[in-house]
Design a binder for this molecule. Sequence first.
Ligand SMILES: [Zn+2]
Length: 262
Amino acid sequence: MIVRAIAGLVLACAIAVIAMHARALTRSGMVTAIILGTTVVAAGWAWGALLFTFFFSATGWSHFQAENKLAQAGSRVAKAGARDSVQVVANGGLFGVAALLSLISPWDGWLAMGAGALAAATADTWATELGMLDWGGPPRLITNWRTVPVGTSGAVSRRGLLAALSGAVLIALLAAAFRWPPWVVVGAAAGGVVGSLGDSVIGALWQRQRWCPRCQMGTERAVHVCGTRTEHLRGIQWLDNDVVNLLCTLIGAIVALLFAVW
Ligand SMILES: [Zn+2]
C-alpha cells in the first residue's frame, strides 16, 4: 500500500502539473487533484485507472470544439476552461471518500459507491461538454420540454443523453475489466445515467439562476462576462453548479449502492 501511495503521489503530481500548465486545472485544482489522485491509487490501481479515465476524457472533451462551445454558452455557464479545487471536489470528492473507506475496511459496497459516483460525474461531464455544441438543433428543458438556449441549466438533448450513456458505460466497462463484481458494474452504469438525469432535473428546478440586466440574459455568473453584477433571478441561492454536480455524484453513488443491497 505504501509503495502504491508513493507511486500515486508521483503520478498524480506529474499529471496535475502538466494539466495546470495546459490550463485544464487551476493552481488550487492542481493541489486538490494531487491529494485525490494519491488517495485513490493508494486504494488500488483500479481506483486510479477509473479516476484517470474520468479526468483524461473530461479534459479531452472540454478541449474538443472549445471555441464553438465558448461562443455558444460561455456567457451563460458559471465556469469555463480550467477546473478549480471546488470543481475537483464536486466531481471526484465522493469517489475519493469511497476509495478511502475501501482502504480502511474493504467492502464491495464502497466499490459500488465509488464507481456509481464517478460514472455519474463522467456521464454528466460528457453530456455537458458535448451538449454545448450547436449540433442538431437547440436543447430542451428536462421538466417542460420547451426549447432553451445552449448552456441553460437542466437542458437536455439527444447528443447529450447519448454522451451521458457512453460515459457511464465506459466507467462500468473499466470496472468490469478490473474484475469488480458484476452488480457493481451494472450499478455503476445505472447510477451514471440516473445521476446525470438527476443533475438536469435539479438544474432545471432549483439551481441558482442569475440575470444580467445589461445583456438582458440569464447566466450562472455572479459577475457577467460584460463586467456587470448580475441579479438573482430564481432558484436556491446556495445551489450553484458545483453543488448540483456533487448531488449528481451522490445520486449515482446511492443508485449503485442500491444494487449492492438488492
Ligand atoms: Zn452582461
